[in-house]
Each structure stands twice: as structure tokens, then as C-alpha cells.
Write a protein that binds this ligand. Structure first.
Ligand code: LLP
Length: 414
């Protein structure tokens, strides 16, 4: 569902004009649609209806409390990668018993925190992590539920920075080592082996690699069962792509049905960890043109920058850039849309055909995932405000940072 539509010549999110949001909350500002967030979650739920399954939203995509809270109310679980994300989930009303903990570098303190909260499962990514978790759980008198993240060595055919299921990536245990590590896990007194998981990459547009990865995992599930290690769940990770430019990502049904078919009759609970697909298209970054600088190259300097949305600078990612009030009184030109940060890499889009005047508002679409969550304070820029629109109401769900907050933890030395 695309919640961003032109109504009477003005770009709206649901029933609220984006220029109203800009005047009320200022720019740069992230704007999300409640209806779109909920619709994307329901798309997963509809496909899983009746099955023993849990959608664990990948918090890293966007950890705003209001978004976590909306998903929690719909019954979501959460995929976390730090103690900070766990605290966020609990603060938002999420249920610890529906939390899976991924990540290659969990600290002892984070393990303690997650064990105390009573999470559903630790997605363990290496043999030494397993030993440490056993030791920490023993110290707390607890038994830690574990899954092994197995690296199935399949090519997700996505950007190399966000491909995670190849042998050369740092994630998970190598497929060839998995059996031996499971045997060790089963022998450790303070661990309970519950599941198996994988995550092969992000922004996948072809469902085939998911099926390939699942086949490899199921072969392991069978080999483990032969040894008397019976698993109760399988976690297929996240990774389903969205539309940024002209991609045609598979529907949730086209992605899930072949996977669910392979899982039929196995009695395994199914866990998923979607991030981008749940929030990406539901959000936009609203920004205002400060200056036009035509020349050899035409630059439109806007008030959002790489610190607000890092994806273009980091991955050369494309986000559609659309005017909030499309105008016909000036000619279209090719503009490089750039921010005020002192880096040549600080661009949001290059060579975009737009009819612009200084003061115009622009929206960068499909910015709900890995936008705000990857933002920084570089150049001492306060992070943007975040707003959720619900029908005709705009809720401020994170106020803009103040400059004083940026150095509040700093001190000078004598
Ligand atoms: N599970 C695990 C273990 C992950 O590492 C990730 C994402 C997800 C789930 C969620 O994947 P998704 O459904 O969102 O594709 N910053 C990059 C994306 C990095 C993804 C990292 N892992 C970007 O802006 O494209």
C-alpha cells in the first residue's frame, strides 16, 4: 500500500497534506503512515493465518517506540541485535517472550539482560558465543533457549554490503560446521536447543534464494533429528525487498507460499524477521529546498543530509524524490539534491528531473526503513522529528533533538 498520494495538487500521507506537517513540525522530518504500517504487518499475518508462526519485526529497521508499540499490539514479536533494542522493545510494550536475539557480538551483559527478561531465543552465531552463553546462563541459574544461525552459503543477489548468507560474510556458523556445533550445544548443561535460523541478505527481489536456503536448513534439521536433536522452530530471517525505483518485489504471498509448502507437516513453528518490508514504504523523509545553485551541475541544497538518510551516501541507494506541490511555472532541470554536510558524498539523489524553486518541499520516498535508525549527529546536526499520520491526525512520535542535547554528556577538562 502506498500511503503517499497527490490530492488537489498536494502530496498527502493518508489525509494529511505534507506541507501542513512541515509547518507544524518543521523539516527535515520523517513521516509514517499508520495504515501502511499496519497493512504491511497484516499481509504477513494473513499468509500465516492458522499456522504456529511468529513475525518478529527486525527492530534495527526503525526502532521508534510508537512503531514498535503498533506492531506489538498486532501481536508481533521482535528481532533484536543489542541490549539497547531489547530495552526499547520492552519500553514500547513488547513481550520479551516473543523476542529473538541475533547478532555476532552479544556481550555477557547483554546475555544477562536478555536471560533476565526471558526472551524466546538466542540466535547464536558462533561456537565461542555458545560457550559464553552457557557460562552466563549457568551463573544466573537459567537455561538459555538457543538456535544456531546457519550460514547456508547462498547468493542473495543483492548489494554486497547487505548480503549476509555467503561463506565470506561474517554471519552465522558455516554450514559444514553446524552439526558439530549443535552436538556441542546439546551437550552443554545450561542451554536448550530450540531452533535453527538464517538470514541471507536484505532487499531481496527474487524469492528463489530463500527457498534454496530453506532446503539447506531442512537437510540439517533432518540430520539433527537422526541424532536425536529435535528442533521446535525454524526462523527464516528477513530480507524481503520493497520498491525504491522501478523494482517489482514479490508479494508476501509469492515469497512465503513456497516456503510454507516446504515446511508442511514438519511440526516446526515458523519465525520470520522482516524489517524493511514492514516499514520501508510506509515512511518518507520530508525536506525543504534551501538554495538552488545552478551551474555546470545544478545543485538543489536541501535541509536534510546524509546524517538524516545515509543510504544514498553509503550504498548509492536510490530514493524517489518528489515535490510536495508539483509546479508547472518553472522549467524542469536535472538537479543533484544535496545536503548541507561538508562531504561530497552528501547527496540524497543525483541528476533528478525536477521543477524547483527555493523554499519548495520535497519528499524522499520509501525512507521508513534504515532511515531514522541509521541517522547520526554528524556536523552537530540534531536528528529529525518523526511523525505518524493516522487518518487526518498527525502525531509527533519523536520531537526534534535540541542542540544542547547533543553535547549534554560532554565535559571539559581542567
Ligand atoms: N534479521 C537479521 C539477522 C538481519 O541481520 C536483518 C537485517 C534482518 C533480519 C532484517 O532484514 P530486512 O527484512 O530489513 O531486509 N542498512 C541496510 C540494511 C541492513 C540489513 C541488516 N540486517 C540498508 O539500508 O539497506
Amino acid at each position: 500500500m502506498n500511503p503517499f498520494t497527490l490530492q488537489d495538487g498536494v502530496l498527502h500521507v493518508e489525509n494529511v497534506a505534507l506541507d501542513r506537517i512541515a509547518s507544524e513540525f518543521g523539516t527535515p522530518c520523517y513521516v509514517y503512515s499508520r495504515a501502511a504500517l499496519e497493512a504491511s504487518f497484516r499481509e504477513f499475518q494473513n499468509e500465516l493465518g492458522g499456522l504456529d508462526a511468529l513475525v518478529c519485526y527486525a527492530v534495527k529497521a526503525n526502532g521508534n517506540l510508537a512503531i514498535l508499540n503498533l506492531f506489538a499490539r498486532l501481536g508481533a514479536g521482535f528481532d533484536i541485535v543489542s541490549g539497547g533494542e531489547l530495552q526499547r522493545v520492552l519500553a514500547a510494550g513488547g513481550d520479551a517472550r516473543k523476542v529473538v536475539f541475533s547478532g555476532v557480538g552479544k556481550t555477557g551483559a547483554e546475555m544477562e539482560q536478555a536471560l533476565a527478561a526471558g526472551i524466546l531465543c538466542f540466535n547464536v552465531e558462533s561456537a565461542p558465543e555458545l560457550e559464553r552463553l552457557n557460562e552466563v546462563a549457568g551463573r544466573l541459574g537459567k537455561v538459555a533457549p538457543v538456535s544456531l544461525r546457519v550460514n547456508p552459503d547462498v547468493d542473495a543477489k543483492t548489494h554486497p554490503y547487505i548480503s549476509t548468507g555467503l561463506k565470506e560474510n561474517k554471519f552465522g556458523v558455516a554450514f559444514a560446521d553446524a552439526l558439530a556445533i549443535y552436538r556441542r550445544a546439546a551437550a552443554l548443561p545450561n542451554l536448550a536447543v530450540h531452533g535453527i535460523d538464517c538470514h541471507i541478505g536484505s532487499q531481496l527481489l527474487d524469492p528463489a534464494p530463500f527457498a534454496e536456503a530453506l532446503d539447506r536448513l531442512l537437510a540439517l534439521v533432518d540430520a539433527l533429528a537422526d541424532e536425536g536433536i529435535a528442533l521446535s522452530h525454524i526462523d527464516l530471517g528477513g530480507g524481503l525487498g520493497i520498491r525504491y525505483q522501478d523494482e517489482t518485489p514479490p508479494s508476501v504471498a509469492a515469497y512465503l507460499r513456497p516456503l510454507l509448502h516446504k515446511l508442511q507437516g514438519r511440526g516446526l513453528k515458523v519465525l520470520l524477521e522482516p524489517g524493511r518490508r514492514l516499514v520501508g514504504e510506509a515512511g518518507a523523509l520530508l525536506t525543504r529546498v534551501e538554495y538552488l545553485k545552478p551551474g555546470e551541475k545544478h545543485f538543489a541544497i536541501v535541509d536534510a543530509a546524509m546524517n538524516d538518510l545515509a543510504r544514498p551516501a553509503l550504498y548509492d541507494a536510490w530514493h524517489d524524490i518528489v515535490p510536495v506541490r508539483p509546479r508547472s511555472d518553472v522549467a524542469s532541470e536535472q538537479w543533484d539534491v544535496v545536503g548541507p554536510v561538508c562531504e561530497s558524498g552528501d547527496f540524497l539523489g543525483r541528476g533528478r528531473t525536477l521543477a524547483l524553486q527555493a523554499g519548495d518541499l520535497l519528499a524522499l520516498l520509501s525512507a521508513g526503513a534504515y532511515g531514522m535508525s541509521m541517522s547520526s549527529n554528524y556536523n552537530c546536526r540534531p536528528r529529525a522529528a518523526e511523525v505518524i499520520v493516522d487518518g487526518s491526525t498527525a502525531h509527533l512520535v519523536r520531537r526534534r533533538e535540541s542542540i544542547a542535547e547533543l553535547y549534554a554528556n560532554e565535559s571539559v577538562i581542567g
